[in-house]
Design a protein around this ligand. Sequence first.
Ligand code: ATP
Ligand code: MG
Length: 872
Amino acid sequence: MMTSNEIRKKFLDFFQSKGHTIVPSAPMVVKNDPTLMFTNAGMNQFKDIFLGNAEKKYNRAADTQKCLRVSGKHNDLEEVGHDTYHHTMFEMLGNWSFGDYFKKEAIDWAWELLTEVYEMPKDRLYATVFEGSPEDGVPMDQEAFDLWKQYLPEDHIILGNKHDNFWEMGETGPCGPCSEIHFDLRSEEERAAKPGSEMVNMGHHLVIEIWNLVFMQFNRKANGSLEPLPHKHIDTGMGFERLCMVLQNKQSNYDTDVFSTRIAEIAALSGKRYGEDEKADVAMRVIADHLRTISFSIADGQLPSNVKAGYVIRRILRRAVRYGYTYLGFNEPFICKLVPGLVEQMGEQFPELKAQQSLIVSVICEEETAFLKTLATGINLLEGVMNKSRAASKSVIDGKSAFTLYDTYGFPIDLTELIARENGMSVDLEAFDVELQAQKARSRNAAAVENDDWVELVAGANTEFVGYDNLTAEVKIVRYRRVTTKGKTLYQLVFDRTPFYANSGGQVGDKGTISADGKTLDVVDTIKENGLPIHIVNELPENVEATFTAVVDEESRLASARHHSVTHLMHKSLRDILGSHVEQKGSLVCPEYLRFDFSHFQKVSDEELRQVEKAVNRMIRANYALDERRECSIEEAQKAGAMMLFGEKYGDKVRMIRFGESVELCGGTHVSATGVIGQFKIVAESAISAGVRRIEAVAGGVAEEAGYKTEETLKEIQKTVGSPVLLQAIRKMMEDNAELRKEIESFRAEKAKAVAAEIGKMIDGQKVISKIVDMPVDMVKDAVYALRTANPDVAIVLGSREGGKPMLAVAVGDNLVKAGVKAGDVVRTAAKEMQGGGGGQPFYATAGGKNPEGLEKAIAVAEEMILSAVGK
Ligand code: ATP
Ligand code: MG
């Protein structure tokens, strides 16, 4: 039997022999692309080439790509675990032609690989072909049909509709018909009973799609129409895990060697056996699958968090925990225990996994621990809800509570239903759905963006970036479009050349102006989309064909550059001082400050932070000149000791930035020499998750200002204290203060006694005694309490307006309590007269309020209530 590693290798070797360049997988987590969070198909990393925004480096390529389908257009999450052939993360094997070969070679080679190299039985293979679409004016794909006819009998070639056989990158952009290859894994009897051709694309787990060959030949425009592409491309994707199932003759992806060891480990940990109970089986599959997604995501630098991609990962992790908790009885962290086995299996092909094993384990462990706690809280909450329903003789859990559990505690509705059912109850699913739809509508509205088609002024032009050397340039618009977000209209401009740095690599985009014909427009931001720098302006220039003078705001660019260069120096110092386990996990560089996240397992001490500051400032004073190499080969950079980051996509040519001993691969803008940074100051250090710390720091003028601020605060204190020897003066003040406080306490105690004595004298047969005192009522508490004990037939009502705030206290003797007086109720009602509230025991209660004018009235109400309670 071929192992999965052999199967992968054979694919790559085969296409290499057909003149393809083998390229590495792009990171699974997509950075610097606002249109996509995760790589969901092999073609993503070549998107810029298909869109014509980037030069192609080769005509043919092949690879295995880490894909994740859990959000957006492709979302298989709910299937995963329940079926046996959809994963969240999977490897997609692919071969590409960029304007080179087309349908013939794509189909011939697919057939050759499957039947000759892999020796698949031909009679179990089926191919689908696009049936055509009159509304789009696209005829049936006769060419593909005829090509398949060389190999397959006609009843193994099936016509498919737009849904299955027309592939589109998005709402707009490159698209074309596709041809899928399916395999029938059923037994001889089943196949004899019903032909495979009737089972294709019917959702049967043994008749499955393994490979999709996409023939990109059209471009879809915003108005929905299609135009032919000038260059036709081939884009194919074959699910690696499904291929292994076919070649290893299994009936489930999870029975192949890609997953079987993991499933065995999970079974052993839970003390259950795989294949005995469907629910436990689903849970084991979910965990085996999600483990890969979470681990690879962390290795790519995307940690679980509360926003965006991080939140998607957190939810996946929680889904695995939940299945393990509910169906396998895990109530302490278990996913983290599976990491070593996964690393052993996949670490060879994906070294990023091996290198970051300890980070992956600690992050998962912390997340699991936290979520198990949340689960327990949620279950308590649900019990509360069920008790309430029972008390009201209802057996339905209301939709709102179910939604809160879902939204806040990560309880999917089926878990709530399950627990409800176990308790003989049900859930109001309709009401739950109403809440869910309302929330979806809210987030849809928040995210609604409308893009017009690009208006092309110069066809197929790319942007030359001149901003490393120039802050101004003469530019022309090559394309523009209108964009409407949340009702606001903006324009996006693309230039033939630009001095504006577009947001990427953590550094924010430049701002500035463009002018022509005496009119100047503000460029409010520069972003990067599909590899193109896009300039955002509030209105469209009158003459879009003019030549514009583009000017970058120099001050903010320089401030960003200072923060970027100093980030490199700090990264180097952190590694020198804390150790080489420090790896960048995220960064933000803007004119105001820098933020840097990195792996490190404990708090960075004040002393270490000071050491880092000193080291960085030393490098600033050394005034290392910028040594910039724009077209460095990746090998050279490696030799020079440049730090490479996991989860980053590097081309063959990289830009290397060196300041003294700090060497990094970086596309950002930098200062000409470290002296320009001026000074460096760390302002905060914190944890952002297990094993990841965050430092915020400032440089240059911002650091100088920070220094002034501290100095001014000190001077201010000095002035107030009136002594230059600050520490000594403050210590003296604190001692004096403590002494004075003691004295006041004893004075007040004396006074309280005197007040109590006065009240004591007032007791003379009546049921209620009232008095307004000139100190906070709780200070008299002990004395009044003693009076209450000594006089079981009296209630005492005290009021005060100390510090302008009305207060009320009521103490009730035991006999009156027995007679039904409740001090708590009394103050609660009485306090309304002074716009306040309070409460307490039946024998003693206090209240505060906002309106001192109402105090007398409140006392009167209290007296009245007490008297009426004792029936007088
Ligand atoms: P399906 O209809 O089975 O979901 P698809 O039409 O979404 O497949 P494509 O987008 O064409 O699939 O992806 C190409 C190949 O990737 C498929 O032929 C299949 O082998 C594999 N594939 C797709 N989605 C998954 C997944 N969630 N898990 C594993 N493999 C997948
Ligand atoms: Mg799919």
